[in-house]
Design a protein around this ligand. Structure first.
Ligand SMILES: C[S@@+](CC[C@H](N)C(=O)[O-])C[C@H]1O[C@@H](n2cnc3c(N)ncnc32)[C@H](O)[C@@H]1O
Length: 483
């Protein structure tokens, strides 16, 4: 059945205005402000390149130089990854202590909660942009080869050990070398979100969480509906949680803009709503978008003859999620945001942009540090750490994994012979995206990254890029395609 969303027809012209790009000077101004806020004056965003927007070098970059550090607009740790890592729900830094990170994981493991080293995307996701958001080096850090001595059999520690680690009774040797920010709870009382500082807690609350919090201070319309929405997303696809954040973020921006407007104007009419909503929507508007059900690639187990039915099923799924979200946080002045058209385009934006969120775990560093200690310190420390390592098993250290929207990184076009890549350096321990040059880049040259594993052969690369809706015509593809 084709779901009919009444808001789509009622708000058709407003929806079209939201999806229609703003006039170039305003967009250019927006990118100018963003680049100066990110303190990366070496780049600019041009809008009229061969593939739409693109990032260009304003100066020469040497190989290995930092090109850009981009803060996310909205981001989400995959729900399944929350079992493995306790991170700030706003900046995604690891929080608590090495003891809390390990104790919590052991505790959940003892309870039989299964952890995941995977991406956490659920059954309706066809691709995962791992080549874009994380570096090979990051991936290597999760590999078994780099792990300190973990060849012993998996043993189960006494339950009390996990609790002692979590409540601070058991302090691990040398853990003070890896101190982490103290855990700050969600001000709304949901017990789901934790932060590295009061400022991160406040920033998250004010930017979107106040509407999506399930705690006592939640500003949602109906907590049951919100819980139903979250449950539906957890059962089907966590991308809905990110889409909800994007909508909530826009509503909160709208309310702030309206409050600022009312400070200088005596009244406010419905004709003032749309310009403010457009302004509130601008950060999300710049992301390249298509409807989710149109751009999602066909899973391998779906026959081409079933493609139409598959796309309809995806559309129905999005509609079901949207109805739950609407019951939970609807705002009449932001009504077009609750249309299926906008919801589908927001999810499609997450599907088509370069979105991985990866933060390496300090637990990995901790165990490597112990492994590197000189004798006899190492032996003494290992009397305590080795049983933990054995119990944790192969996934003793998992990085924080999630999905996010990075406004500048999302303007970067693809090349199979890119001049830059996403790469987290030793000091990059939060959710920001870091782009480093992989060869010298000259002034005026476009900065490109690879959306896929560019070590793959030509045909496989083109097949993967078809999911993004284009055929690559970089110099390498032209050469390999003609031979
Ligand atoms: C993350 S966006 C990049 C920014 C985009 N050009 C824009 O205007 O917003 C990804 C989209 O850009 C386009 N694109 C990126 N690299 C391309 C390439 N090498 N060839 C053709 N289109 C490309 C595709 O439409 C792709 O789905």
């Amino acid at each position: 059945m084709d779901p009919i969303c009444p808001i789509d027809s009622k708000c058709a012209s407003l929806i079209s205005a939201l999806l229609h790009p703003s006039p170039p000077p305003q967009v250019q101004e927006y990118f100018g402000e963003l680049i100066s806020a990110r303190q990366c004056p070496g780049i600019q965003v041009n809008q009229n390149g061969g593939f739409g927007k693109g990032v260009y070098a304003n100066k020469e970059f040497k190989e290995g130089e930092l090109v850009l550090k981009d803060q996310m607009l909205v981001g989400l740790q995959h729900p399944s990854n929350k079992i493995d890592c306790l991170v700030c729900s706003f900046c995604f830094r690891f929080i608590g202590s090495i003891e809390i990170q390990i104790g919590r994981k052991l505790y959940l493991k003892n309870l039989g909660v299964s952890s995941s080293n995977g991406c956490g995307r659920e059954k309706y996701f066809s691709k995962y942009h791992s080549a874009v958001g994380s570096s090979t080096e990051e991936d290597d850090s999760c590999m078994e080869d780099s792990a300190p001595g973990r060849c012993g059999p998996k043993v189960s520690l006494h339950n009390g050990v996990a609790e002692s680690l979590m409540n601070g009774e058991l302090i691990l040797p040398h853990s003070d070398e890896f101190s982490l920010p103290t855990v700050v709870s969600c001000p709304g009382g949901c017990g789901e979100n934790f932060y590295c500082s009061k400022s991160c807690a406040e920033a998250d609350w004010n930017s979107s969480h106040c509407l999506l919090c399930t705690g006592a201070r939640s500003q949602s319309l109906c907590k049951e509906a919100l819980l139903g929405f979250i449950q539906h997303a957890n059962d089907t696809n966590d991308i809905f949680l990110l889409a909800a954040k994007a909508i909530s973020y826009t509503i909160m921006r709208y309310r702030k803009l309206k409050a600022a407007y009312l400070k200088h104007h005596d009244n406010y009419s419905t004709s003032d709503e749309m310009p403010l909503l457009l302004e509130a929507w601008r950060p999300i508007s710049i992301g390249y978008k298509r409807r989710w059900w149109d751009c999602i690639s066909l899973p391998d187990d779906v026959d081409c003859s079933d493609e139409f039915a598959f796309r309809m099923e995806i559309r129905e799924l999005a509609f079901a999620s949207l109805q739950l979200l609407k019951d939970a946080i609807f705002d009449k002045e932001c009504e077009p945001l609750f249309s299926l058209e906008i919801y589908g385009n927001i999810i499609g934006m997450f599907e088509l942009n370069n979105l991985d969120l990866v933060v390496e775990s300090p637990v990995e560093d901790y165990f490597l540090y112990i492994d590197d200690l000189p004798h006899p310190n190492k032996k003494k420390a290992e009397e305590i750490t080795q049983p933990l390592l054995d119990t944790l098993g192969d996934d003793y250290s998992v990085c924080c994994q999630g999905t996010a929207f990075y406004p500048l990184q999302s303007c970067m076009n693809h090349s199979c012979c890119p001049n830059a890549k996403a790469f987290k350096r030793e000091e990059d321990r939060d959710g920001q995206a870091t782009i480093i040059s992989v060869r010298p880049i000259s002034r005026g040259e476009e900065v490109t990254i690879s959306y896929i594993d560019n070590d793959l052969p030509f045909e496989e690369r083109q097949a993967l890029l078809a999911d993004y809706g284009f055929k690559c015509s970089c110099a390498r593809c032209l050469e390999e395609g003609s031979s």
